[in-house]
Design a protein around this ligand. Sequence first.
Ligand SMILES: C[S@@+](CC[C@H](N)C(=O)[O-])C[C@H]1O[C@@H](n2cnc3c(N)ncnc32)[C@H](O)[C@@H]1O
Length: 394
Amino acid sequence: MTPAARVQAAIEIFDSILEGAPAEKALLGWARNSRFAGSKDRAAVRDHVFGALRAKRSLAVRGGAETGRGILLGLIRSQGIDPDDIFSGIGHAPAPLSDAEQAAGEAPQSDGVRLDLPEWLVPLWRASLGDAAEAMAEASRARAPVFLRTNRLKTTRDAAISALSEEGIEAEAHEISATAIVVTNGARRVSQSRSYQDGLVELQDGASQAVIDALSGQTPARILDYCAGGGGKALALAAAFPEAQIVAHDIAPQRMKDLPDRAARAGARITVVAPEDLPNEAGFDVVLCDAPCSGSGAWRRAPEGKWALTEARLAELTAIQAEVLDHAVDFVAPDGVLAYATCSMLEPENTAQVTEFLHRHPGWSVNAQRAWTLLDGGDGFFTAQFSRDAASIS
Ligand SMILES: C[S@@+](CC[C@H](N)C(=O)[O-])C[C@H]1O[C@@H](n2cnc3c(N)ncnc32)[C@H](O)[C@@H]1O
């Protein structure tokens, strides 16, 4: 495919996203119907679509319309490419620009457009991030780095980097976590590599790994991953605490369906427990609640979440987060730790949850709290650890 044909494909895919199709589904549908497209074409089209999604509002202004064509025109302009080279109408290229499209492209006006955020979110974004708000909005428009976690059950970080290098994947250690590796070249080959398939490394964001590092002062015998989902954190817990029994739970147990296979590949022992069986369990030294959240710290990876978030949805999420904490607290051993985490940078999901939890649960204190922003290299994350006050342990 020519560069221009790739842009035309992205325009059509973006139109179906604007009509309500999930981005991954729209890309898959296009790939299935475009057997002529090679892997480089698919990667380039995907980059266009996700690049456009991350900055949808400002690009629509630059391109003069909230359509696939307008937004992709905005993307081409933002990349400093002459639109006439792409919008030529030759072969499978998009049609030449109209006079109106030639004239479009003025600078974005409102804060929401300039920062590429939904308008209602701008004040909350500023209140949550303070001086870093603009930098974080800008960083949310960039592509996320590909992070791997060294699986310490099988290897060391240096050995994993060497093994990747032998397979032509360049990677280096990242300071965000003692297990973190960032891929500098060959990211698309990771999932097919021996290093990945043999379980030396897992795909996991760096800040996600740092949340597990934050528990390193503990010597737990039993750990409950209360919101285990696909099991990324459960696997990291199993590697960080090889002596501990790790129990994985999720309100939607089908989300954990791949966990036994992932654990086998990683050489990790994880017990998956069904929600109806959880009441038979108690007395965990660590209970981790990696709660459902807005995902605002991970919008570089999942930009659709940015545009889908509404005030009502945020209120729903904060209610679920409080409920998760209130249920999970019963599973914590008397001298155990309740750890809360979100991949969000929004205050109502983070410090406000901590304050409200302490109000609802007298006799508990926070003993550690930490936030990571995109400037730390990984996703935006938050964690807090609670424990019972000595006087309330009987
Ligand atoms: C952020 S995801 C977990 C990601 C996972 N820990 C990982 O590292 O891959 C949040 C999970 O919480 C689960 N969840 C939502 N409400 C819950 C509840 N009330 N109790 C337990 N899990 C819940 C969701 O099904 C979802 O899988």
